[in-house]
Design a protein around this ligand. Structure first.
Ligand code: PBE
Length: 306
């Protein structure tokens, strides 16, 4: 048992492996016209994609992907949480096991692990996208100083990543890493605030989703607007509610929409009732994501379920 213990296997599993190694059944997967590798891969993945929160835009894209690719008939999307998915990824990588997750950039997962997006020939994940700023109708008249700063706010994926990495690596809250970024990047902040008059404690409510990427941008904006005299509050909600809150005027602005694909359905629903201030970041990507050691490159390489 020592050998198996070292491999981190449970006693039950080692027993199964021993049986398999002795070739008890005589039935090989090559018998059914599929390469044995393919069969092994589909079975060890349990024909399952490891996903995140049901309300995420990428969850809708993933369901659409399962519907669009013929080889994925019968595959399932396991919804959970971003933390749960990252935990599953970490343990798969520790054991060099296969796993297919829902991945996106910017995110620290791509620098923490050697990962690759699977090619998406049908384009169900929408390719490269923007993150956009939206505001409620009337914000420009009511809070023109904030509107100007929000409208000018634009940064690079590397900026957003540096906030996320600092939080992850130094184990500090994203809010603190965002404040540090503002302190260390006065030139960029000046581009957004130059010539804008300071206000005296006027309230503004920013609506956000809770992924690290959007927490990074909303906390940077909180710091910048606070330094400009605003009393900023932040409301974290699901993507659908972001659009709803801005459309009804319950929230003032959001930096969180990923468009045109990830949150495109919500945008279509509410576009007449919101003001679109354009991209605040260009070059995001979503997709099925696997550890680099996996021997497949495209969604179409995932084996069909028998
Ligand atoms: N994400 C990160 C979000 C938006 C930001 C891709 C997980 C989503 O799918 O809604």
């Amino acid at each position: 048992m020592n050998k198996f213990k070292k491999l981190g296997l449970t006693a039950g599993l080692s027993f199964t492996l021993l049986l398999a190694a002795c070739g008890g059944s005589g039935e090989t997967s090559a018998d059914n016209g599929q390469s044995s590798n393919d069969n092994d891969l589909g079975e060890s993945l349990d024909y399952t994609i490891t996903g995140i929160e049901p309300g995420a835009g990428i969850t809708g894209q993933a369901k659409n992907t399962l519907a669009e690719y013929v080889n994925l008939e019968g595959w399932e999307l396991q919804e959970s949480s971003t933390a749960g998915m990252l935990g599953a990824l970490e343990s798969a990588i520790k054991n060099e096991e296969p796993i297919v997750i829902l991945g996106w950039t910017p995110h620290w997962m791509f620098s923490a692990y050697d990962l690759k997006f699977l090619e998406d020939p049908k384009g169900t994940f929408g390719g490269a996208e923007d993150i956009q700023t939206i505001a409620r109708i009337g914000l420009e008249e009511d809070l023109p100083e904030a509107y100007t700063i929000l409208d000018r706010f634009h940064w690079e994926p590397a900026d957003m990543e540096s906030v996320m990495f600092e939080s992850e690596e130094n184990d500090i809250p994203i809010e603190e890493a965002a404040k540090n970024w503002v302190e260390q990047n006065p030139d960029k902040v000046k581009e957004w605030t130059d010539g804008v008059e300071k206000v005296n404690g006027e309230e503004i409510e920013l609506v956000t989703t809770q992924w690290d990427s959007e927490l990074a941008s909303v906390y940077v904006m909180e710091e910048v607007l606070s330094q400009h005299g605003f009393d900023v509050s932040i409301t974290p909600v699901d993507p659908a509610v972001v659009f709803q809150a801005i459309a009804t005027g319950e929230g003032d602005a959001s930096l969180a929409p990923w468009l045109p694909s990830t949150h495109g359905a919500f945008y279509e629903e509410y576009k007449e009732d919101i003001v679109d201030l354009g991209p605040n970041l260009t070059g995001t990507q979503n997709g099925f994501t696997v550890p680099a050691y996996m021997d497949i490159d495209s969604i179409e390489d995932l084996p069909a379920k028998k």
